[in-house]
Write a protein of this length. Structure first.
Length: 211
């Protein structure tokens, strides 16, 4: 193979890798906005009559409908590839996968309870507030772990074939209903609030910075 062909091959490989990593990092930034929103809205106190509970429902609805089935699935696939190559500690890999499963379960439970709260069903509002903040913290923690362990290991150890296999896993044609292009009608209010938050975010909070 000529040096020119080598260069093309190397660029192609880097492109496949950058495409996936950049997509995941972009999604982490966006999920960080939702973490901020969940914390701020929970601090405003959940009340069946307060408008903010509808936002919490929308946020959980988005999180369970999109990142749980696309973003996390892509990362789980990276974990599996790295574990097969012994390029990631088994403990870390299994921890990331367990965190994803927990986020799916907690997100669905929380959504169900928030929807019950909007119907005025009797439940501890304080407990719901705490669970929203706990869910937000788990999501934030999961992203930090991935950026410190999974992404660097994947960049160092996965090859072109791996990256293309990972890319092929995702559900095709499913676009992000909140952040990509036209916002789904269901999430218009959520989108507006997230963008308004961008101007008032706290610079000290890692995932709120620069919003
Ligand atoms: Fe992630």
């Amino acid at each position: 193979m000529s040096p020119y062909q080598d260069q093309i091959e190397e660029n192609w490989e880097r492109d496949a890798m950058s495409k996936v990593i950049e997509k995941l990092q972009k999604e982490h930034f966006r999920l960080g906005r939702l973490v901020c929103l969940l914390n701020e809205q929970a601090n405003l106190r959940t009340d069946a009559t307060a408008p903010n509970i509808a936002l919490l429902v929308d946020a959980l609805c988005y999180l369970t409908r999109f990142p749980d089935v696309t973003h996390h699935m892509l990362e789980d696939r990276m974990v599996e590839k790295l574990l097969a190559k012994k390029a990631l500690s088994v403990e870390v890999g299994h921890e990331i996968e367990a965190q994803h499963l927990r986020l799916i379960r907690d997100g669905r439970d929380l959504l169900r309870d928030l929807e019950a709260a909007t119907r005025g069903e009797n439940m501890s509002q304080e407990l719901v507030d705490i669970r929203v903040r706990l869910y937000a913290e788990r999501l934030r923690h999961n992203m930090v772990i991935e950026e410190l362990t999974l992404f660097p290991a994947a960049e160092a150890s996965l090859n072109d074939e791996d990256w293309h296999a990972i890319e092929d896993i995702g559900p095709h044609g499913q676009s992000d209903p909140l952040f990509d292009g036209e916002v789904d009608e269901q999430f218009v209010q959520l989108y507006r609030v997230i963008n308004d938050e961008a101007t008032t975010a706290h610079a000290g909070a890692p995932f709120c910075a620069g919003l």
